[in-house]
Write a protein that binds this ligand. Structure first.
Ligand SMILES: [Zn+2]
Ligand SMILES: [Zn+2]
Length: 396
């Protein structure tokens, strides 16, 4: 287990900035903002970038901020990406930098991501010019807002020529300062569904006069589990969860309709499409058998986050050479959580990696919990990863 002192001695070059980065991180933590409302956060980021000599561009994807460090060949460039937004969670911590906004909290560590990327902008600015440009992308709305997609739609890759994209997320399941990565999918695609079955309402004691939608809805819930278990390759992960069931308002009336809502998570777009197709076919078949009507709607919010082989190998080499083999966990299992960096990876090659956030003793709280906090010990580690990655990328 790494202690803060061990991290410091392994990173003397970064030690001097550590206090300043911690202060900035705690300021962001105390002032969290929800997706697409990150105006103060974007102000802080832009102000810091300007003080370093950058000319940040604002407004991409709403509240996004981008700053470029020009390389000697302006046609070449890479994106290093952090996310800005907090969550609608009421913080349960009582330390001095706890959220001062009721019901809003940096419970996913995006405050730490933002500061690590600012740190990289600071260090790289002081180093010799690279062969290509480094675009520092501070993205809004990661938590369910598809801010990455909005920045791409606002011309991110046209305004900032990009040949590869890189992202990083803190991970409480890994010890502080260690890294996890894998080629291929590292996080799942996510889509939501809404199924409405419509029959005919009736008196509870006269079902023959109506068409009860509830048995049909129950059959659909059960068949969803059969699709997940029997229609797909068992080694290709996929989850179908029906999370909301609603029908009727009282105990003596057969309702007119029933509504089901839930989520599909897969590690590939092909399986996501297959499961969507199979659910629709099953719903329509069951509804026909019952003589009812059914409406099936999907809302795909995030694609799978799929790392490309060459860029992942580069990240792994950088981690091993910079931090030592014992801190690198190659081929970590994928997670069924979702992440909108997948949109960037659909457009450009790249890699999304995990940086360990667990405090010594492994007591860190999970992401999205009211007692979570980013571990400031890893700020210099994450900064150094970004700096070494940018330099190594253009040496290839
Ligand atoms: Zn999150
Ligand atoms: Zn997050």
């Amino acid at each position: 287990m790494n202690t803060a002192a061990e991290l410091d001695t392994s990173l003397p070059f970064y030690h001097a900035q550590r206090e300043q980065w911690t202060g900035l991180r705690r300021d962001l933590h105390a002032n969290p903002e929800l997706r697409f409302e990150e105006t103060r956060t974007a102000d802080v980021v832009a102000r810091e970038l300007e003080s370093l000599g950058y000319a940040p561009v604002r407004g991409l994807g709403g509240t996004g901020v981008v700053a470029s460090l020009p390389g000697s060949d302006p046609s070449r460039g890479i994106v290093l990406r952090a996310d800005l937004d907090a969550l609608p969670i009421h913080e349960a911590n009582s330390f001095a930098h706890a959220s001062c906004r009721a019901g809003v909290m940096h419970a996913c560590g995006h405050d730490g991501h933002t500061v690590m990327l600012l740190g990289a902008a600071e260090i790289l600015k002081a180093l010799p010019t690279l062969p290509g440009s480094v675009h520092f992308v501070f993205q809004p709305g990661e938590e369910g807002g598809a801010g990455a997609r909005k920045m791409i739609d606002d011309g991110l890759f046209e305004r900032f020529p990009t040949e590869a994209v890189f992202g990083m997320h803190n991970w409480p399941g890994l010890p502080a300062g260690e890294f996890g990565l894998r080629t291929g999918p590292i996080m799942a695609s996510g889509s939501r569904f809404r199924i409405v079955v419509t029959g005919r309402g009736a008196h509870a004691a006269q079902p023959q006069l109506g068409l009860d939608p509830i048995p049909l809805a129950c059959s659909i819930v059960l068949q969803c589990q059969t699709i997940a278990a029997r229609h797909k390759d068992p080694v290709d992960p996929g989850v179908i969860s029906v999370c909301m069931v609603h029908a009727g308002d009282t105990d003596n009336v057969i309702p007119e309709s029933a509504e089901l809502r839930g989520t599909i998570r897969t590690l590939s777009s092909a399986l996501q499409q297959q499961l969507q197709r199979d659910i629709r076919t099953m719903c329509e078949g069951l509804a026909a058998a019952y003589g009812a009507r059914v409406q099936v709607e999907y809302f795909q919010y995030y694609p799978a986050t799929v790392n490309t082989p060459a860029e992942t190998a580069l990240c792994e080499t950088v981690m091993r050479e910079t931090f030592g083999d014992e801190r690198v966990h190659a081929n970590v299992p994928p997670n069924m959580t979702s992440e909108d960096f997948g949109f960037m990876l659909e457009e450009r090659p790249g890699a999304y990696v995990l940086i360990g956030n667990a405090k010594p003793g492994g007591t860190s709280t999970s992401l999205h919990q009211p007692t979570y906090d980013f571990n400031d010990d890893i700020l210099p580690v994450g900064v150094r990863y970004w700096v070494e990655l940018a330099q190594s990328y253009f040496k290839r």
